[in-house]
Design a protein around this ligand. Structure first.
Ligand code: F6R
Length: 605
């Protein structure tokens, strides 16, 4: 997704803007640009493609301004090219924008009647023109307020002004924006991660707020134009964050980090002395919870789907799962005795944040399961359960999915215990079993060599299917999502029992079908569904934990994951599917950390 950087300093800023834009590359983008104020004029440079290209442009023709804004763009309005790249500037003002201006067509028509000529196909350029128009009669701050009042939609903005050469104005509605502080230098950033190499002192703008940065000062204003104070947070220093070490890419690093992720997450939530889960202060008395609604997008939604099976197995709580982009527009009936749980790695996903906002407006209790604890979703929810996975840089979520599953499972166990719905022995045994997870994940990762061989079989395929029943069904969905987003091969996740109701028609000679069949109550049924696929020519890749299963000639490949207990099985089954997607994508020479058309932090709806 788009990313913003702004720096006001006492020295040239372009090198630091480029370095910060590189930190934002993980979000996914297709073009980049920078504007600085130099000799009382706006010096704008932009290009399609990578930040490296922009850096080359700057080497040829340096920008020496002490104040500037930079942007990486993920196209929404208009194709990815140089003209549509941000910043969008006139002689007097230059703008970078994340988000979508929904009434840009109407505003454009209005501005065209006043003689403004648009160069790009973007929605952003209307902001530049509105500012240019209002700057004729007023100062920058007032012109920004006037412009914002005309905009519908979501935005985070960074703006510089030719005639006010010491200020950057930032504004937020819907899309996140952070301010960083340092000595004789202040910063604007679409997330704190991009600012981390320069400062760990950060403030976060809330919706409707605006900030004015100079090199020595930052002022904040609320939507009523009153000056306000903002809290300054000290963000944690995560070591090795931007270092791939010996790994080829961040995704493989993050897949292989999972034993550590599991260990950290489990140790944060398990009190080994008391042999208990240290989650307290539920926002609703656990015994009074009527229903839990779990909401997320993409991979986070899949972790919610897995959790549904756990909650139904271990508690008497009614449970519902929702996709945030659907939830936010449905006519949902809210209830004070329901707990609404939002799952998000980034904590910035626009749909999830909007769904949370709706819950807040309806005054119901909210909880978030997030990786980024400084994020909008974490800050806006009543209660936060961090997953402690550390920064996830690869666009495809792996270790964060694992962390989400562990935290959801742990919360489910705790709720079940607090409601006296699990017997003490099972509760304590489940806690002990959680401690075995890191070692079992390590063993699962040892399957990599077999998975590499398996991946070769997907190179000529026209598509693939992932089948499972019970909690293996959402794992099948996740396996299919990983394969399609990384390798661009069509992959469909399906409940194995539903195949006969239509999708069997897709099975043809040699189609790769991944059957996820742990030895649980669905095992025999899944194997019967697998036979239906075999009889129609499907090429089977069986993933199980059954020690007794023999890999017959009808099964092209078999993988056996370790077993701890039935409830932890979906967590272990997810790992080989991550490796499979990774190796297929590697063989196909795909850009693993930055798959096409995707973004790490989806801040538009
Ligand atoms: C897939 C993936 C996405 C995200 C989704 C939600 O690998 O990463 O499907 O899971 O965009 O993102 P978060 O969890 O940040 O809300």
């Amino acid at each position: 997704m788009c990313g913003i950087i702004g720096i006001a300093s006492n020295k040239p800023v372009s090198i630091n803007i480029i370095n910060s834009l590189k930190k934002l590359e993980y979000r996914g983008y297709d073009s980049a640009g920078i504007a600085t104020l130099k000799d009382n004029s706006i010096d704008e440079k932009k290009c399609s493609g990578r930040v490296d290209e922009l850096e080359k442009l700057l080497l040829k023709s340096p920008s020496n301004g002490n104040i500037g804004i930079g942007h990486v763009r993920w196209a929404t309005h208009g194709i990815p090219n140089t003209v549509n790249a941000h910043p969008h500037s006139t002689e007097n003002v230059s703008v970078v924008h994340n988000g979508i201006i929904e009434n840009s067509d109407d505003l454009k028509k209005e501005l065209e009647t006043k003689g403004y000529i648009f160069k790009s196909q973007t929605d952003t350029e209307v902001i530049t023109m509105l500012l240019t128009e209002s700057l004729k009669n007023t100062d920058p701050l007032d012109s920004v307020f006037k412009t914002l009042s005309k905009l519908k939609g979501s935005f985070a903005l960074g703006i510089i002004f030719k005639n006010f050469s010491d200020i950057i104005i930032g504004a937020r509605r819907g899309s996140p924006l952070a301010v960083g502080y340092s000595n004789e230098e202040n910063y604007l950033g679409s997330d704190s991660y991009a600012l981390k190499s320069m400062t760990n002192k950060i403030s976060y703008l809330d919706d409707g707020e605006l900030c004015v940065l100079t090199k020595n000062n930052v002022s904040f204003y609320n939507v009523k134009k009153n000056k306000i104070n903002k809290k300054i947070h000290t963000v944690s220093d995560d070591e090795n964050v931007s270092d791939k070490g010996d790994y080829k890419n961040f995704m493989s690093k993050e897949i292989f980090e999972q034993p550590t992720t599991a260990k950290k997450c489990v140790s944060e939530y398990i009190d080994s002395l008391k042999k208990d889960i240290n989650i307290y202060n539920f926002p609703i008395d656990p015994k009074k919870i009527n229903k839990i609604i779990l909401i997320g997008c993409g991979t986070a939604y899949h972790s919610c789907l897995v959790a549904k099976y756990w909650f139904e197995e271990l508690t008497q709580i009614d449970i519902e799962i929702d996709i945030a982009s659907e939830f936010r527009y449905r006519n949902v009936k809210f209830d004070n005795n329901n707990l609404y749980i939002f799952v998000s790695q980034s904590g910035e996903t626009a749909d999830t944040a909007a769904a949370l906002e709706i819950c807040k407006k309806n005054r119901v209790k909210t909880c978030s399961v997030v990786n980024v604890v400084e994020s909008t979703i974490a800050r806006n929810s009543d209660w936060v359960l961090p997953i402690h996975a550390g920064p996830e840089i690869g666009v495809a979520s792996t270790k964060a999915f694992l962390g989400q599953l562990i935290v959801l499972y742990i919360s489910c166990l705790k709720l079940s215990s607090a409601r006296n719905e699990i017997d003490k022995k099972t509760y304590h045994q489940s806690i002990e079993n959680l401690k075995k997870l890191p070692e079992a994940i390590k063993k699962t990762l040892n399957l990599e060599t077999n998975i590499q061989l398996m991946a070769k079989e997907f190179l000529e395929a026209r598509g693939s299917m992932f089948l499972g029943r019970g909690s293996s069904f959402p794992i099948a969905l996740e396996g299919a999502l990983k394969l399609k987003e990384l390798s661009y091969l069509h992959a469909e996740g399906y409940p194995a029992g539903e195949m006969k109701h239509g999708p069997l028609a897709l099975i043809e000679e040699g189609l790769p079908v991944i059957v996820i069949a742990p030895k649980d109550k669905y095992y025999e049924k899944t194997l019967s569904n697998m036979q239906e696929v075999i009889s129609r020519g499907g090429k089977i890749f069986l993933i199980t934990n059954n020690k007794k299963v023999s890999i017959s000639e009808n099964i092209r490949f078999g993988l056996r994951v370790p077993y701890i207990d039935d409830t932890l099985t979906p967590i272990l089954l997810a790992v080989p599917l991550q490796l499979l997607a990774y190796h297929v994508a590697l063989l196909k020479n795909c850009d693993i950390d930055k798959p096409r058309n995707l973004a790490k932090s989806v801040t538009v709806e």
